[in-house]
Design a protein around this ligand. Sequence first.
Ligand SMILES: Cc1ncc(COP(=O)(O)O)c(C=O)c1O
Length: 375
Amino acid sequence: MEITSFIVMDILERAKELEAKGVDVVHMEVGEPDFPSPDEVIEAGVKALCDKKTAYTQSVGIPELREAISGYYLDQYKLEIGPERIILTPGSSPALLAAIRICTEGDRVCGLPDPGYPCYKNMARFLGGRFVSLPVEAEGGFKVFPYQLDGIGALVINSPANPTGTVYGREELGLLVEEAAKRGVAIISDEIYHGITYDKPASSVLEFTDEAIVVNGFSKFFLMTGWRLGWMVVPRKMVRLVQSIVQNLFICPPAAAQYAALACFEGAVLAQFREKVKIYRKRRDFIVEALSEMGLNVGVMPQGAFYVYANVSKYTQDSYSFAKRALEEAHIGITPGVDFGDNKTRLYVRFSYANTLERLGEGMRRLREWLRVLV
Ligand SMILES: Cc1ncc(COP(=O)(O)O)c(C=O)c1O
């Protein structure tokens, strides 16, 4: 089976080896928030365990959490999404797996943005589904355009995007959804970075259609990566099918995680998540400026998520060895563009700014010195 390794995990593992030998590594490869879950979330999880809520839950998740997410759609997006369409999963990854399987049924070809989140293509491979890369270019803001929908049966949209931080404007997204509907292209919208945006909130495809599968979760904005909890919003006609899939494949999401996640929707807790976005924004501005000064061109200002996708062609045509050498020689962890596809990815690396300003400052200092030696 042709599954490529998730290179960022390889880099992380090597970084951990170096650290075990006493080397101080600045982590800018990691794709998860550097903040722990809020105390309220942890306390709710602990309470669930003390109350012995250790059994399986409903396969689609506990009703009160589905209600809470439904309420969140109303508050945040002014959308009425019935809780019966919301299905909880053990992380958003299983939701993506189910969504990709459903949408590639009948030999439909799934279009995946390139560069894009690497697991999409490996999930499609694992499932034996067909997929094609849809090149997204810096000049086009790293977005998929409607003309690229020709010949595909399904499309994965990811806004805010990993690795580029691209956020589709409301109209652009609406147009893409409209064109997809005209062509009968099924949409999977990975909205896992929603909430982490810097200019305006990201639009959901649910603002334009009830026919798409939306994937979201508690890992990024809600700071709960290790709890493993995600959700999908599915078209009404698909509810029963998806319920059967999650029953068979995942049994149910983790019980304690679900009770913990209920705390996320309290006003004071939501305010904490929003504070973190302000912190990410300062880091983004800092790192973009520092990289630009070094001639690492950030052609498109990231408007969401916590990544900068920088062009390193001034220094290399091979982002993979560049990232490996940066780790070994400068002790900084970064992710080579080749992790994200084939489209000019040898000329790019991804910097994650899910790290403190102090550490990012140290990372930029090391990078600057290392590049001086490199040229
Ligand atoms: C675009 C994207 N989708 C999905 C995921 C998976 O998140 P989860 O922890 O919810 O499985 C990630 C994680 O990095 C991601 O970047």
